[in-house]
Design a protein around this ligand. Structure first.
Ligand SMILES: [Cu+2]
Length: 169
């Protein structure tokens, strides 16, 4: 009985590995707001639209100096991921790093850049002032950061199996 069970588990593992064949298309990012490589006003949210339904979204927003900026909890509804930007972004260039899990169980990641016009930025991707007045924020931003990190850990735990499968494939 145990041997048969082990064989079944092994077979399931093989099927999982074969499941990464090209026939199983991963989802792709179709469009985003702010648009990739665009220049404009500071966004109040980031919206990512994928070719297929996605789940377990994770978004990291960093500036040109690599500093993380406060993004709220990412929510996935069907093909769209929405993330509130919980601070007023100073001018400069930003990178959106994203990770989602497609309905086929495969995680997909990517990054893109956009530029915020305004004080502190030249629009040319220049360095953002390192002495940012973080303490002038409402005080809620660090709370959001911790909530975000907690959500990230939960998401990582949930996505761990998918990651492992992908690594095997
Ligand atoms: Cu896939």
């Amino acid at each position: 009985m145990i041997a048969r069970f082990a064989a079944a588990v092994a077979a399931a593992g093989l099927v999982t590995a074969l499941g990464t064949a090209p026939a199983a298309a991963h989802t792709t990012l179709k469009s985003a707001t702010p648009a990739p490589n665009s220049t404009g006003a500071a966004p109040s949210k980031i919206v990512l639209t994928y070719a297929d339904p996605v789940m377990v979204p994770q978004i990291v927003l960093t500036d040109g100096a690599g500093k993380r900026h406060a993004a709220g909890k990412a929510e996935a509804v069907d093909n769209t991921v929405t993330v509130p930007v919980t601070e007023s972004l100073p001018g400069g260039r930003y990178t959106v790093g994203w990770r989602v899990v497609a309905t086929d169980g495969h995680p997909v990641t990517g990054t893109y850049r956009f530029t915020v016009q305004g004080a502190g930025g030249t629009g040319s991707g220049g360095a953002v002032a390192s002495a940012e007045p973080e303490k002038d924020d409402s005080g809620g931003s660090s709370g959001w950061l911790w909530i975000g990190l907690g959500a990230l850990l939960v998401a990582l735990a949930g996505g761990g199996i998918a990651w492992a499968r992908r690594a095997k494939g």
